[in-house]
Design a protein around this ligand. Sequence first.
Ligand SMILES: O=C[C@H](O)COP(=O)(O)O
Length: 262
Amino acid sequence: MAVNRVPLLAGNWKMNLDHLQAIAFVQKLAWTLKDASHDVESAEVAVFPPFTDLRSVQTLIAADKLPIAFGAQDVSMHDSGAYTGEISGAFLSQLDCTYVIIGHSERRTLHGEDDSVVAAKTAAAVKHGLVPVICVGETAEDLEKHGPSAVPVAQLRVALDGLGAAADIVVAYEPVWAIGSGQAATPDQAEQVAAALRSVIRELLGEDAAARTRILYGGSVKSSNIAGFMREPNVDGALVGGASLDVNEFASIVRFQKHVGV
Ligand SMILES: O=C[C@H](O)COP(=O)(O)O
């Protein structure tokens, strides 16, 4: 992790925690981090609740001035109109979302989102002032056929197409085989792909964007393995699924990365 990029530890709740549970969770997370004297300058903490929780989370964080960022798990590529079930980036901006996850492997696999949809959603997020957390990653089959970097690099190339150099983005490398499997990539594997992804950002968006963009690793991250990832120069944080649903475990992930002095 380079010193000029503030690490981002992000919890993707997926379809877990209703709005009442979300309030209790965020309160407890804030207390736990405060008790541990978490320094917000040393690492940014973000949660990604379901859409129906966002208003409650926004209200709580604003009222208590909690040092926790938040975002949505998806966004429509459209601004408004007859798109039943879709949520516009404009709506998310009005709820003070900072981030939105785009192209998570579960959206790609279960909802048929291809690279062109991911690119359109990325553009919509940027248009509405949201920071897209662009997810890329290879399946086990891709890994065997093409090696670790080819598919994530190709996915990112399409997602970044048409973005300006000033676009504020986060990239999450999530090997599909590591998600929810308990079998995380090694820090070396994550670093190899993250370095390749940073080269793509440099090529398409320029040196400044490459230097400032945070690249996260995701896939079976826990408090027991976060330190290894955070020692890698091109890994700037984590997108955490299952382990982010346990307040103490998530807080340990956030705190542990601080202790490694990055
Ligand atoms: O968005 C998070 C990823 O899907 C990782 O999930 P996981 O930490 O449960 O493996």
